[in-house]
Design a protein around this ligand. Structure first.
Ligand code: IDP
Ligand code: MG
Length: 139
């Protein structure tokens, strides 16, 4: 069993598709190990999106991610990290296939509904970044 970290972004909450996104993961066999609502701040985002801090679009990304609270999930399953990325689809919602979460619910390459860890290393770092040990169950 592996655990991946999902962030339900402000557009997910604004579009009221939180339940639908969680339903898709549950239907695919994922189990919930941790869940909470939290407000992002610039320091946390600079760490989480360290690979993008120098991009011209970074200020808009930061503003978007702070435009409302997000919901952080730790989801467990066999091959959870890669399987979640498959369910989520590519970064640009406009290029994501129908049937993927971003393809069905996202808007563009910034407003794309959710984040999913992209490797075992980032999943471990994100679990430590967003959850205290006593906020993670099972696994
Ligand atoms: P990912 O979320 O598919 O892993 P990353 O390249 O890690 O994609 O980018 C993180 C987030 O930054 C994206 O989900 C999206 O919200 C935003 N982003 C990425 N590339 C662009 C871009 O070219 N323009 C605007 N926002 C972007
Ligand atoms: Mg990424």
């Amino acid at each position: 069993m592996e655990t991946t970290v999902i962030l339900l972004k402000p557009d997910c909450l604004a579009r009221k598709v939180v339940g639908e996104v969680i339903r898709r993961f549950e239907s695919a066999g994922f189990g919930i190990r941790g869940a909470k609502m939290m407000a992002m701040n610039p320091e946390m985002l600079r760490e989480h999106y360290a690979h993008l801090v120098g991009e011209p679009f970074y200020p808009l990304l930061e503003a978007f991610m702070m435009s409302s609270p997000v919901i952080v999930l730790a989801l467990a399953g066999d091959g959870a990290i890669e399987r979640a990325r498959m369910l989520v689809g590519p970064t640009d919602s406009r290029k994501a296939a129908a049937g993927t979460i971003r393809g069905d619910m996202g808007t563009d390459n910034r407003r794309n509904i959710l984040h999913a860890s992209d490797s075992p290393e980032s999943a471990a770092a994100e679990m430590a970044r967003f959850f205290r040990p006593d906020e993670l169950f099972g696994g």
